[in-house]
Ligand binder design. Structure first.
Ligand SMILES: Cc1ncc(COP(=O)(O)O)c(C=O)c1O
Length: 435
């Protein structure tokens, strides 16, 4: 096998920005000013303050949704959405396995049954084709996740949902300002859910948003977040079962400051992604995940398909090569498909209440498992110094050959991909740096 010095010599770690600290975040003076305003007001609850209300108004305007409500997390946003749909215990909700657990456990908390649809092997998103076979007479709703900021193919999904009279909940936790045919994701289905957790496009540490256009659903979203208390009603009461999922004024202050920067930082992400895509095109063995026609991808992660026939070792080999270039990496987005987690396998919920979970057979999820290629995920921050990445690694990717003795066994063991069919999911965690 051909080797080059580039791949065998370990180098000083590249110092790149991280979304886990100030180097990769846009938190600054504006957020401090707004937090100061919240503290000086002495009112830290959103039921009495004005900052969360301003955030909700601004968010609704920016997304083009009649109603928006802030809440405590992306998980709470999904929970509010499912409660708003109001499934009967045992109703089924179709969703995806390639997502955060916070998008799944709310289904169980509402005593509904998660049904895991297959995903498109080239985008890892659910599609109308993968959702259709999972629809049954008990199906009550469909949740789609716009994974990594790349929109699902919504035209066909919405047509299918409409034909079956099913509401679509859009999980936009990773997809702020992504759009399909000019319409912002989150406003295409019945309810859109967003996360403001530390690693997302904008953050207030922990937080979430929900948007809706239907007044009745909006009312149920508001009530769920507020212990189901009818604030402002003539004779308010706690009308039905719900929790307290409010965002505080301090979080609202930070989120409001962040929202003001969202358009600009998303645009920068997109420009950098376009630059990277232009450089990558034509390099044998790697190609970016495809973006559906008419869609705007907002690159929470920049994802590559890696052909192990061309790139020695596939994505894991590539990750090993990156490690030698000083870029640390992890082998996966999630540990394993959600339906393989203990909570679902053993139905560990409320005693024996959940009788079954549709987690698919080998045919469900078949697309995912039959994919012979590999995938590589680059965290993609607006301030990522793309030139450094290109100069240090990607620009001469086609030259790279990885000698097998350069691959650290222990690393590979830890990096074992989460399925046995040769699919390697790799996320690069880029070390911190100044922007
Ligand atoms: C796709 C998706 N859905 C839901 C969530 C849950 O959001 P949170 O962590 O804010 O509860 C996340 C966050 O990690 C996510 O990425």
């Amino acid at each position: 096998m051909q080797t080059t010095d580039r791949t065998t010599t370990a180098v000083e770690p590249l110092v790149l920005p991280s979304d886990q600290d100030a180097t990769g975040r846009t938190l600054g003076g504006r957020e401090i000013e707004l937090v100061t305003r919240a503290i000086q007001s002495g009112t830290l609850t959103s039921t009495k303050g004005s900052l969360v209300r301003s955030l909700e108004e601004e968010f609704a305007r920016m997304m083009g949704a009649p109603f928006a409500f802030a809440c405590s997390s992306g998980t709470a946003a999904i929970h509010a959405a499912i409660s708003a749909i109001d499934p009967e215990p045992g109703d089924e909700i179709i969703t995806t396995s390639i997502t955060d657990m916070g998008a799944l456990t709310p289904i169980l908390y509402q005593a509904a049954i998660p049904v895991f649809a297959d995903v498109d092997p080239r985008t890892l998103n659910v599609t109308a084709e993968t959702i259709k076979p999972m629809i049954s007479e008990r199906t009550r709703a469909i949740i789609v996740t716009h994974l990594f900021g790349n929109p699902c193919e919504m035209d066909s999904i919405l047509a299918l949902a409409q034909a079956h009279g099913l509401p679509v909940i859009e999980d936009c936790a990773q997809a702020f300002l992504a759009s399909c045919q000019g319409r912002t994701v989150g406003t295409l289905g019945a309810i859109g859910c967003f996360s403001l957790q530390q690693g997302k496009h904008i953050t207030c540490g922990e937080g979430g948003m929900v948007v809706a256009s239907d007044e009745r659903l909006a009312r149920r979203l508001f009530l769920f977040i507020n212990k189901c208390y009818g604030y402002g009603d003539a004779a308010p009461d706690h009308y039905y079962l719900s929790l307290n999922s409010r965002m505080s004024e301090i979080q609202g202050a930070v989120a409001l400051g962040q929202l003001e920067k969202l358009k600009a930082s998303t645009e920068t992400r997109r420009l950098r992604a376009a630059e990277l895509t232009a450089r990558i095109r034509g390099i044998p063995g790697i190609e970016p995940f495809p973006v559906p026609r008419g869609s705007c991808h907002v690159y929470w992660r920049y994802c590559l398909l890696v052909d192990p026939q061309v790139i020695p070792g596939g994505a894991v080999g590539l990750a090993a090569a990156l490690k030698l270039r000083g870029i640390s990496s992890a082998p996966r987005y999630i540990q394993k498909p959600a339906f393989q987690c203990e909570i679902f396998q053993r139905r560990r919920t409320f005693g024996n209440i959940i009788k079954y979970i549709k987690m698919g057979s080998s045919s469900n999820f078949g697309n995912m498992l039959s994919m012979t290629g590999a995938r590589l995920f680059l965290p993609f921050l607006p301030m990522l110094p793309i030139q450094i990445l290109l100069n240090n690694f990607l620009y001469d990717l086609s030259q790279i050959a990885i000698p097998s003795d350069s691959i650290d066994e222990e690393y590979l063991l830890k990096s074992r991909p989460w399925n046995v069919e040769g699919i390697h999911l790799v996320i690069l965690s880029l070390a911190p740096a100044s922007p």
